[in-house]
Design a protein around this ligand. Structure first.
Ligand code: PLP
Length: 386
């Protein structure tokens, strides 16, 4: 059996190992320490925002970002339906209700027209306005922030960025994470940089980050004894993991370049009728965290699931695009505007192995298997088509 090709495995090296050993030897084996401080500073510089706080996950960053901006019970938070569940889950953690909108076909990110429609309709009818917009930089592509920021500004609605998948992506001359009141990043094991698990909240506003730092360390007041005036959380990143994150950050530019090269090789190698790629918006440069295709079975003569099963048969991991949140049983009662684009992307979309350590030989294996799928759909019988 060929060695398994993973979708987006960790890509770590000697720098991470040395920094981790340094953290270990220093005995700062705690959710605070010099590597946490340095990681926050280096990360903020890399994104181009002044303040950052390292947390235990991207989900924790979303949760506390919403909380500190005052979003709570009775509030509606508008977000893109095309995302990982953590985006919508975090909205419910603060007692608010997600309101979903579809994505635009040309970017696969939040459709600004639908956002505008929702905010306009609420303003016109006197309905309680959306309390915050949580935009998602999907698969490493920034949203259309020229329009989204303008619309949010016009209606006085704060913007929060879920940049979990988008570290190193740009929009104009700014990086993902530089838009909105605050932005959340993830260092989960499959992300462009990883600390095995971890996250970061960044903001242009010092008070936002100071408050999150306080709440994420059990909200302990400044007193010699343990005193608490707020409900706190245990959400800080370990000093050991921050050391790994610092090493990862050193090679971020290289990792983005590698993923973009992988993406370009797929574009060239999978230039077949019926296969299309996630469009690249003209306003920015995506980090190509995952290369995603859609498959038109009437032209390619195999569907998305056929391809996935052929890849699996070759011991290659691939994954359908995110199942939209409005199609998830848990969010079925939530309101949804539009939906045809994300439903179609989910039905026909597939994420291909895209790691920064993917070798040319492995990528060749992936592309051959995809191209052979129409001739090999008999393997469907042995796979489990869902
Ligand atoms: C869009 C999006 N938001 C949030 C998260 C949550 O990040 P974490 O797994 O670090 O909690 C992820 C990834 O896991 C994600 O892809």
């Amino acid at each position: 059996m060929n060695k398994r090709v993973f979708l987006s495995p960790p890509d770590v090296g000697d720098a991470e190992r040395q920094l981790l050993l340094d953290a270990f030897d220093s005995n700062w084996i705690a959710p605070l320490g010099p590597h946490v401080d340095a990681f926050e500073q280096e990360f903020a510089e890399s994104v181009g925002v002044p303040y950052a706080v390292a947390l235990s996950s991207g989900t924790a960053a979303l949760h506390l970002g919403l909380h500190v901006l005052g979003i709570g019970r009775g509030d509606d938070v508008l977000t893109s339906t095309m995302t990982f569940a953590a985006t919508a889950n975090a909205i419910t953690y603060v007692g608010a209700t997600p309101v979903f909108v579809d994505v635009a076909r040309r970017t696969w990110t939040m459709d600004p027209d639908l956002l505008e429609e929702e905010l306009e309709q609420r303003a016109r009818t006197g309905r309680r306005q959306i309390a915050a917009v949580l935009s998602v930089d999907l698969y490493g592509q920034c949203c259309d922030y020229d329009r989204i920021a303008e619309i949010c500004g016009r209606f006085g609605v704060p913007l929060i960025e879920d940049a979990a998948e988008a570290l190193g992506a740009t929009h104009g001359d700014k990086s993902a994470g530089a838009f909105g009141e605050c932005a959340a990043f993830s260092f989960n094991g499959n992300k462009i940089i990883t600390t095995s698990g971890g996250g970061m909240l960044v903001s242009h506003r010092r008070e936002v980050i100071d408050r999150v730092r306080h709440l994420s360390t059990q909200a302990r007041d400044a007193a010699p004894h343990y005193q608490h005036s707020s409900i706190g959380y245990n959400y800080r990143l370990s000093n050991l993991l921050a050391a790994v994150g610092r090493g990862q950050l050193q090679s971020l530019a290289n990792k983005v370049t590698r993923r973009r090269i992988v993406n370009r090789i797929y574009w060239r190698g999978l230039d077949a009728p019926g296969i299309e790629f996630m469009p690249e918006a003209a306003y920015g440069v995506p980090n190509c965290w995952l290369t995603c295709i859609t498959v038109d079975p009437s032209q390619f003569e195999a569907d998305r699931e056929d391809i996935r099963l052929v890849l699996e048969h070759e011991n290659i991991e691939s994954r359908p695009l995110w199942k939209p949140m409005h199609m998830q049983p848990v969010f079925a009662p939530c309101s949804m505007r539009g939906g045809r684009v994300s439903e179609d992307l989910f039905a026909r979309g597939l994420c291909l192995p895209s790691g920064s350590s993917l070798t040319p030989v492995e990528q060749e294996r992936v592309m051959n298997a995809v191209l052979e799928a129409p001739a090999r759909i008999s393997v469907r019988a042995v796979g489990q088509k869902s």
